[in-house]
Design a protein around this ligand. Structure first.
Ligand code: PLP
Length: 429
């Protein structure tokens, strides 16, 4: 039985898919909070011009520059789609299971798809430096890689509580040539202020965002780069779904169920949006499931305007949110700990096009499912991707009970080579 479906380098998509014109209702515009300076007007000082243009574009297809397609090829795109033949057999399910392999990434995750595009646009616009924040570390590594390839500088503000124990990932970012600071740091006014109170301040994603934004605000050669949530980030990620669509066609199957994990929504969106666009236009019938953690079930939150960051430096976006000050217990799938879901996915959720499941915070169920996956298919998913795997296996077992021979397609957003301690701790190995 054929178990790998691949494309050639020439098949790397030539256009990103922008779902904005196909949404069931126009996406609500970003707005300012009632008090303080205008965050909306300040956006051009922080973000690259091309990213901002894409953020609000109503063109359905946006050309991928030839230079970015070359970078995608260098990063190993297109990535294979596998049929999980061994897993299907092990589960004894009548369902067919296919998975997209974003774990074949130089830095271990799908985040390189937007990092490469952003670094490319930075160079085009004459900037020699990008700043950003990172929590779990996957985004900081992806941007470090992209800036290194593009020949520009990356400064990464990394939440101190994570920076202090993920030594492998820190070394990787430094090897790529980035300046990596435990946040709060002595590089910014807001960091210095917090360090005065507590020299060992554990930091937070919100503080790290504030430091990165301050650096971009105060230096003419620096722009700020985001790794999830915003429209342009999900746009860049649609190469995942566009490739998957061509591969499913080659496999001569149509998906019934598609699932992936969702933190801010970039891998889920990248994977699902090209298909969601078809569903929104009445051209396909697919069930979409976002796999989340019960510590951050943002798709079950309220649909309202909220800040994208803790420090309230970003404009307010209309999205499903738990509130930007929600406290979320630590989990190993740290990339899923975010308070809100991307605005485009939120609109689709509001119209009933996206289902969600939230797994228990002890992570035993999802990591046991990842163990079954690695024992049968051989690839080690990132802790976040384990949620996607668990969701797909749960669906396959449901099909076993009901006897449905459905086609389940899932995305594996990254590999877990740098996260064994998480698996060890939860699975008690
Ligand atoms: C960052 C990350 C996630 C979560 O972020 P999204 O924007 O929701 O995709 C999931 N998986 C991996 C491997 C990640 O690095």
């Amino acid at each position: 039985m054929k178990n790998q479906f691949n494309l050639s380098v020439d098949d790397i998509p030539k256009k990103w898919y922008n779902i904005l014109p196909d949404l069931p209702e126009p996406i609500p515009k970003p707005k300012d909070p009632p008090t303080g300076p205008s965050r909306v007007e300040n956006l051009p000082n922080l973000l690259l011009k091309e990213c901002l243009r894409q953020e609000f574009s109503d063109e359905r297809w946006i050309a991928i520059p030839e230079g970015v397609r070359e970078l995608y090829a260098k990063a190993g795109r297109p990535r294979p789609l596998f049929r999980a033949t061994r897993l299907e057999e092990f589960l004894g399910t009548p369902a067919r299971m296919y998975y997209k392999s974003e774990f074949y990434s130089p830095t271990g995750s799908h985040k390189v798809n937007t990092a490469l595009a952003q670094a490319y646009f930075a160079v085009k616009e004459g900037y020699d430096h990008l700043s950003t924040e990172t929590g779990a570390g996957q985004w900081g590594t992806a941007l470090s890689y992209a800036c290194s390839i593009a020949g520009i500088k990356a400064t990464v503000f990394w939440v101190r509580a994570v920076h202090s124990w993920k030594k492998d990932r820190l070394a990787f970012m430094q090897m790529l040539g980035s300046d990596v600071y435990a946040s709060p740091s002595d590089q910014t006014a807001c960091g210095r202020e917090l360090l005065k109170e507590d020299p060992e301040h554990p930091g937070s994603l919100g503080i790290a965002v504030s430091e990165g934004l301050e650096m971009a605000n105060e230096n003419d050669n620096v722009k700020y780069s985001l790794g999830s949530v915003l429209n342009h980030v999900l746009l860049h990620q649609t190469v995942i779904g566009l490739e998957t669509m061509a591969q499913l066609k080659a496999a001569e199957v149509e998906p019934d169920v598609m699932c992936s994990c969702l933190g801010g929504g970039s891998n889920f969106g990248g994977f699902a949006l090209p298909f969601l666009g078809q569903v929104a236009r009445g051209k396909a019938d697919i069930k979409f499931i976002a796999a989340q953690s019960e510590v951050a079930p943002n798709l079950q939150g309220e649909y309202r305007y909220d800040h994208a960051d803790h420090a309230e430096l970003t404009p307010m976006l209309k999205m499903y949110t738990l509130g930007h000050h929600a406290s979320m217990d630590p989990i190993r799938g740290d990339g899923l700990r975010y308070h809100a879901a991307a605005p485009v996915l939120s609109v689709l959720r509001k119209h009933g096009l996206i289902d969600t499941v939230a797994y228990p915070k002890d992570e035993r169920h999802v990591f046991e499912r990842a163990r079954v996956f690695v024992q049968n298919e051989g690839f080690l998913p990132a802790p976040e991707s384990a949620y996607s795997v668990a969701c797909a296996i749960d669906e396959a077992l449901r099909c076993k009970r009901t006897g449905e021979d459905r086609t389940i397609v899932f995305n594996i957003s990254g590999h877990g080579f740098m996260d064994m301690v998480g698996y060890q701790a939860v699975l008690g190995m």
